[in-house]
Each structure stands twice: as structure tokens, then as C-alpha cells.
Design a protein around this ligand. Sequence first.
Ligand SMILES: [Zn+2]
Length: 138
Amino acid sequence: MSLHVCPCGSGLAYTQCCRPFHAGKAAPTAEALMRSRYSAYVLADAAYLHRSWHSSTRSSKKSLVQSKGLHWEKLEIIHTEAGQSEDQTGFVEFIAYFSEDGQAQHLHERSRFVREKGRWVYLDALPTTPLGKSEANT
Ligand SMILES: [Zn+2]
């Protein structure tokens, strides 16, 4: 599969969007890092997910290998807070849509990002506020 449009949904070409980060460039903002991590999930780039994750909280590389039945559909950024070039912390609330074994699902998360050795990394997930519609989670 050739990737013309970036999997993160920015509308930009992959080479103009998340690819430079996957190739080693530092993400300028927490949101850019968040997008590049979503793209890495789509592309099953476990090594990138591992190194863009804070060393104190990250999962092992092995656990980042995804099941074959999982298919990422879409990323929707709800809200971002701080996470700019002058900040040390940033928050990105998002919904990631995916299907697993044919079942449509989504992950709603407010992620916390911090800098480690000057680079944005994912730290952990914080509780989200309800979106106002109730959904059955099984
Ligand atoms: Zn992108």
C-alpha cells in the first residue's frame, strides 16, 4: 500500500506530515507527536511507539505488536492544551476509531505529554469528561 495521505488524517501527504517524525525528527508540539503516534499505530511501527513513550511508563516492544484483527479507522483530535514549543507539558484529548474482529470501537483518551531529553514523549492517559452521549461499552 502506498501512503499518499497521512494516516493521522491531517490531509497532508505522509512525507510532509508524520513521516519525518517516524524517521527521527523531533515533533515540535504535543499534538504533532500524538498524530505521529496514531500514524505509527496504523503503520504498526512498534519501534516508534516505544521510543515516543516516556521511559518510566512505556510498554515493552513486544506488547506493542498489534493483533491482526485490529484495524485503525480514524483519528479525531478533540482538544489540545499547552504542548507548544515553549511548554514542558501538553494535553491532547482525542478519539481514535478502530475495528477489532469486525466490531466498530473507539478509544477516547486525554493523553499527557512531557519532554524527555528535550523531545515530546507520551506519558500517560488521564480521565476524560463524558462527551454527553452515553455509549455501551462492553
Ligand atoms: Zn500525520
